[in-house]
Design a protein around this ligand. Structure first.
Ligand code: AMP
Ligand code: ZN
Length: 452
């Protein structure tokens, strides 16, 4: 039985989809800059859920939005539109910015072998649906108009704050938030923003030229592609207190019932004790990793080393350890391919399934794999690894070549010579290995062999 932690009920629950297919919504990127590996951790998390669902035999109808309008520099509807900021920075139109960074995002997802949702929907393609959604909220009395736009009235939704546990009374507009006298409650948020004259991205609406707020985009896209029952909704922990509270309020009020069943949130990738983020100037992209010798796949392995609900600290030492492990995992898998031993793999299969089904416990799943790979060489293990790889998503069988026994022996001899500080022989073995078309790369804990 698949168990998933639901942030809303704060419990691990047995997963049961509402309909035949699992409906899944994932908050997607705001396409105003290069995604960093912290952002990409969020999509590896989505990939992880999707693969675990499929492994359990479920069909998925999934959607992810692309925010190409309306995400202001603060989640709470303050500051400038991120797309406009980027557009000024790069001297391009917001449309060009969106196109460019959407392509970059798709390329990064591909490099990480992320299983993308069935639908990917830019907000600017559903403006009409958004307007209809806003009209629905107005008709039902959940929203009201001011000179700045259409606001959602949170006092009409008693469950507001339930997801993040925030208490509304104590969270009045403070020193930082300027009090807007037209708003009924300080935390009322915009669903539609009336565009100032200089605003570039704007559309005709019953309330004049304007553009949608960020939160309404997700509620609308979820409704359009998945209907009014969504089994799983994913995002980062930063989305909980504002973005997802607002999504819940809008969707549940419009439909008159709870729309999302299971809310799942990913914890942050950290660097030096702080969140990896553009504003802290501590970001790395996949290209930065590649420049240091780490293929995107190594970052995939790195993701599996921590549970999604825990912060994960990024260091190059940890990346090196992920790289060594991934390399050994691939080597051992290939060695099992021609293995002759008869091994009963049932327990491993059961333990692996138990780990992934216990709220995606990938560190335990990896431990099961390592234990199994150390068994006598057996094709049964190879075949099971191919099955496990539906979750792992590594390039296990195609591009990696089996290293010939002779090269492996020479590398071993060279390593022993090195340990004995017999540099002359170590060099001699290195040259022999090179003659056979391979090279050995040393690291702190060992070496790896690569084709030249
Ligand atoms: P953004 O494009 O800024 O809206 O962020 C896209 C996604 O990346 C969101 O789901 C964020 O929660 C997530 N995110 C941003 N920074 C990090 C981080 N350091 N670690 C993990 N996820 C992050
Ligand atoms: Zn969202």
């Amino acid at each position: 039985m698949l168990k998933l932690y639901n942030s809303l009920t704060r419990q691990k629950e047995n997963f049961k989809p509402y309909g035949e297919k699992v409906t899944m919504y994932s908050c997607g990127p705001t396409v105003y800059y290069y995604p960093h590996i912290g952002n990409m951790r969020a999509y590896l998390f989505m990939d992880n859920i999707r693969r675990v669902l499929k492994y359990n035999g479920y069909d998925i109808n999934g959607v992810m939005n692309i925010t190409d309008v309306g995400h202001l520099t603060s989640d709470a509807d303050e500051g400038d539109d991120k797309m406009l900021v980027a557009s000024k920075r790069e001297n391009k139109s917001p449309w060009e910015i969106a196109k460019y960074y959407t392509n970059i995002f798709m390329q990064e997802a591909k490099r990480l072998n992320i299983d993308l949702p069935e639908h990917i929907c830019p907000a600017t393609t559903v403006i009409e649906d958004i307007i209809k959604f806003v009209e629905g909220l107005l008709d039902k009395g959940y929203a009201y108009e001011t000179s700045k736009g259409i606001y959602f009235d949170i006092s009409k939704f008693p469950d507001y704050g339930k997801l993040s546990g925030k208490i509304i009374e104590q969270d009045k507009a403070g020193a930082r938030i300027e009090v807007d006298k037209e708003k009924r409650n300080p935390q009322d948020f915009t669903v539609w923003i009336k565009a100032p004259k200089e605003h570039i991205m704007k559309w005709e609406s019953p309330w004049g030229l304007g553009y949608p707020g960020w939160h309404i985009e997700c509620s609308t896209i979820g409704k359009k592609f998945l209907g009014d029952h969504i089994d799983i909704h994913t995002g980062g922990v930063d989305h909980k207190p504002i973005h997802h509270e607002n999504e819940i309020a809008q969707s549940d009020c419009l439909e008159g019932h709870k729309v999302v069943n299971t809310w799942m949130h990913l914890e942050f990738l950290q660097v030096d004790g702080g969140k990896m983020s553009k504003s802290l100037n501590n970001i790395y992209t996949l290209d930065d990793l590649i420049a240091k010798g780490f293929e995107p796949e190594v970052f995939r392995y790195f993701y599996f080393m921590a549970h999604y609900s825990k912060q994960q600290n990024f260091t190059f030492e940890a990346m090196q350890s992920a790289k060594n492990s991934l390399y050994s995992l691939k080597q051992l898998t290939l060695e099992h391919k021609n293995g002759k031993a008869n091994i009963n793999t049932e327990e491993y299969e059961k333990d692996f399934l138990e780990a992934i089904n216990y709220d995606l416990n990938m560190p335990i799943a990896l431990a099961v794999i390592w234990k199994m790979l150390k068994e006598e060489k057996s094709n049964d293990i190879y075949l099971l690894m191919m099955k496990f790889n539906k979750i792992l998503g590594f390039d296990l069988d195609c591009k990696t070549e089996e290293i010939p026994e002779q090269v492996k022996e020479l590398a071993n001899l060279r390593w022993n010579s090195k340990l004995n500080k017999d540099w002359a022989n170590a060099d001699m073995y290195r040259n022999k290995i090179a003659d056979l078309g391979y090279q050995v790369l040393d690291s702190k804990d060992g070496y790896e062999i690569k084709k030249i």
